[in-house]
Design a protein around this ligand. Structure first.
Ligand code: AP5
Length: 215
């Protein structure tokens, strides 16, 4: 079954973790604007240089840039999408509605992942990822089996994100509450919203998302 879903939640809520599971389990395409912007910044393009500074401060990149990135990806087609970290403003949400309608698709569900701020700080400051395959780890909740080596691909290129520090995180949280959290009401009013407890263990969150999608 083809479905298009949004994973909505503050930084560190577990959107990327659950999106990767949904890709594996359901063959959906993950569209993470954060990953796209990080790819743009490491490509050294002019746009990449512009967004790097904004991201490191923890602020949102302009609607125009991220909507352009999503438009490009949707034009490539796919059998169901997970929007991870997009939309983040009401303007982006309106644009997504138009883009989906233009390509004959619709939005099936918006999953809000609820996690309190204290847990978010612990998750973000303990996170590291594999630079080769993108697997996400955590110092306490998901360490690698062998220190310094990725469980999935064996790479030793394990990294921490430049914006995963307490200062940037404060700005990222403020941006979320000011600009992104109004989307909760927006999608509730459209009868698309489901909420899951993002504080639960990862497998339980995955099961709760599956339950919400069945419903
Ligand atoms: P982005 O890359 O989207 O970052 P984010 O929203 O801040 O979210 P994160 O990737 O930090 O967290 P996550 O929810 O994916 O959590 P994860 O699964 O890794 O955006 C980065 C920047 O790009 C933005 O600040 C902005 O500048 C820009 N940007 C991106 N999109 C934009 C847009 N649309 N508009 C404008 N600007 C945009 O999990 C976190 C940690 O917790 C991991 O270590 C994980 O192992 C652990 N964990 C996950 N689930 C659990 C669990 N259930 N229990 C215990 N630990 C868990």
């Amino acid at each position: 079954m083809t479905i298009n879903i949004i994973l909505l939640g503050p930084p560190g809520a577990g959107k990327g973790t659950q999106a990767r599971r949904l890709v594996e389990e359901r063959g959906l395409v993950q569209l993470s604007t954060g990953d796209m912007l990080r790819a743009a910044r490491s490509s050294g393009t002019e746009m990449g240089q512009r967004v790097a500074e904004v991201m490191d401060r923890g602020q949102l990149v302009t609607d125009e840039i991220v909507i352009g990135l999503i438009r490009e990806q949707l034009a490539k087609g796919g059998n169901g999408f997970i929007f991870d970290g997009f939309p983040r403003t009401l303007a982006q949400a309106d644009a997504l509605g138009d883009l989906l309608a233009d390509t004959g698709m619709s939005l099936d569900a918006v999953i809000e992942m609820q996690v309190d701020d204290e847990a978010l700080v612990r998750r973000i400051t303990g996170r590291f990822t594999c630079g080769n395959c993108g697997e996400v780890y955590h110092d306490e909740t998901k360490p690698t089996a062998q220190a310094g080596v990725c469980d999935v691909c064996g790479s030793t290129d394990l990294k921490r994100r430049a914006d995963d520090n307490e200062d940037s995180l404060k700005t990222r949280l403020l941006e979320y509450y000011k600009k992104t959290s109004p989307l909760i009401g927006y999608y509730y009013a459209k009868d698309k919203l489901a909420q899951v407890d993002g504080l639960a263990p990862m497998d339980q969150v995955g099961a709760d998302i599956a339950g919400a999608l069945e419903a």
